[in-house]
Design a protein around this ligand. Structure first.
Ligand code: SF4
Length: 409
């Protein structure tokens, strides 16, 4: 008779599912971010991984890192690999199918960096990349070359970025991004915002963050109290699907709005994830109900390994037609394409104009009805009072961002 030696007990797996940990721990953003799911076995404890997901995860080391909070993982449909949460968070092998046209830096940011951590493309505003980590590593990320926590911006980098903003008076608006700026400690974020606010020509500050989506517990009282000191401050978040708009996520957004912080949303159009009129309408209406203003709907960028996630442009415009006119216009985001190479955002507006001359314009309404609009008789649009209102004010400095910034500083 074969005698088996008693097996050493397996080390208990870290708790990753709601209900495995006390509610207070689950609702602690530090616990969430300290327990991100990054490995196959961790994900396999939450969902029944498909062959394509397993293949993608095996290849992901060479692609783009994997990581998501236990909270976001709890939204995944365990049984259906077509779940929009799974498709955003778990790589598929298609990511390794890289086309020649795809770019590491599709928005041409690296060539518009006049100082560490600063991207200056447009005349009056800059991106300030203050952290390189995220609460999720989205499979569609256009900044995958930078995010992942390998080369975080140093204090010296941030100081140099602040110095650039301070010496460039045409910068009126600063967008904190990264990575996810809400991953900074509240104390550091407060300090950084205070230093930006001390620069007289910085009129508005924006924060781009996905934490309201993937870790809404981060929007706690301490954070909100710190943020509200730095008005006018705006938050742009990134919901892509109605499934993400949970009671917790809605409550996080509403806490920000209650503190006087307008919250806007940028959605990336993702093929097979949200590329239906039904899905987009539900998301946009849900956002507006949560007091979040849909802002941009992005045509997918040409970033490496994301061809399978992009929609044809004509399909994107057809989807837009399914929103405009059919819903409250405040729920309709602007559909834009970020021109590859850093040339800026281009609105993708399906034409509703059939013909136009000095006498009349023929338009097609959202329902397809043909309507004539008479042109006015007078055509001079000069505003005489501008001379009085803006007397002594120099015109805007509309030169391109960093390319000419040295001359303006
Ligand atoms: S949160 Fe934003 S920066 Fe981070 S991986 Fe997702 S898209 Fe990229």
């Amino acid at each position: 008779m074969v005698r088996h030696l008693p097996l050493a007990p397996l080390a208990p797996a870290a708790p990753l599912r709601r209900g495995d940990v006390p509610e207070a721990q689950w609702n602690d953003w530090r616990w969430q971010l300290g327990h991100m799911l990054t490995k196959v076995d961790e994900l396999a404890r939450v969902v029944d991984l498909s062959a394509a997901e397993r293949e993608g995860l095996a290849a992901s080391a060479a692609l783009f890192r994997v990581g998501l909070t236990p909270y976001y993982a709890s939204l995944m449909d365990p049984d259906h690999a077509s779940c929009p949460i799974r498709l955003q968070a778990i790589p598929r092998a298609l990511e390794a199918d890289i086309r020649d046209e795809e770019l590491r830096d599709p928005l041409g940011e690296d060539s518009h960096m006049p100082a560490p951590s600063i991207v200056h493309k447009y005349p009056d505003r800059v991106l300030f990349l203050v952290v390189d980590r995220c609460g999720i590593y989205c499979r569609h990320c256009n900044r995958r070359r930078l995010v992942g926590g390998d080369e975080p911006p140093t204090t010296a980098d941030l100081d140099a970025g602040l110095a650039y903003i301070a010496r460039t008076p045409r910068i009126r608006d600063v967008l904190l991004s990264g990575g996810d700026p809400l991953l900074l400690s509240t104390r550091r974020l407060d300090h950084l915002l205070g230093r930006l606010r001390a620069i007289p020509h910085v009129e508005t500050i924006r924060i781009g963050t996905r934490l309201p989506v993937v870790c809404p517990m981060r929007i706690d009282d301490e954070l909100v109290a710190a943020l509200r000191k730095h008005h006018p401050l705006f938050i742009n978040t990134h919901f892509n699907h109605i499934k993400e708009l949970t009671p917790e996520a809605r409550a996080g957004c509403e806490r920000l709005v209650d503190a006087g912080i307008p919250v806007g949303n940028q959605t990336v159009l993702l093929r097979g994830i949200n590329s239906s009129v039904r899905s987009l309408r539900a998301l946009m209406r849900g956002l507006l109900r949560s007091r979040v203003r849909p802002y941009y709907l992005f045509q997918g960028d040409t970033v490496i390994g994301t061809d399978h996630l992009r929609t044809p442009v004509e399909a994107a415009m057809e989807l837009y037609r399914g929103l405009r006119g059919w819903m409250n216009s405040m729920a309709v985001p602007m559909l834009v394409l970020d021109a590859p190479g850093g040339h800026g955002k281009v609105p993708l507006i399906p034409s509703y104009i059939e013909s136009l001359d000095d006498e009349r314009v023929i338009v097609r309404t959202y329902r397809g009805t043909r309507v004539e609009y008479p042109q006015p008789r007078d055509r001079d649009c000069t505003v005489p009072y501008d001379e009085i209102q803006f007397a002594g004010t120099p015109p805007d400095d509309d030169r391109e961002g960093s390319a000419e910034a040295a001359g303006s500083s």
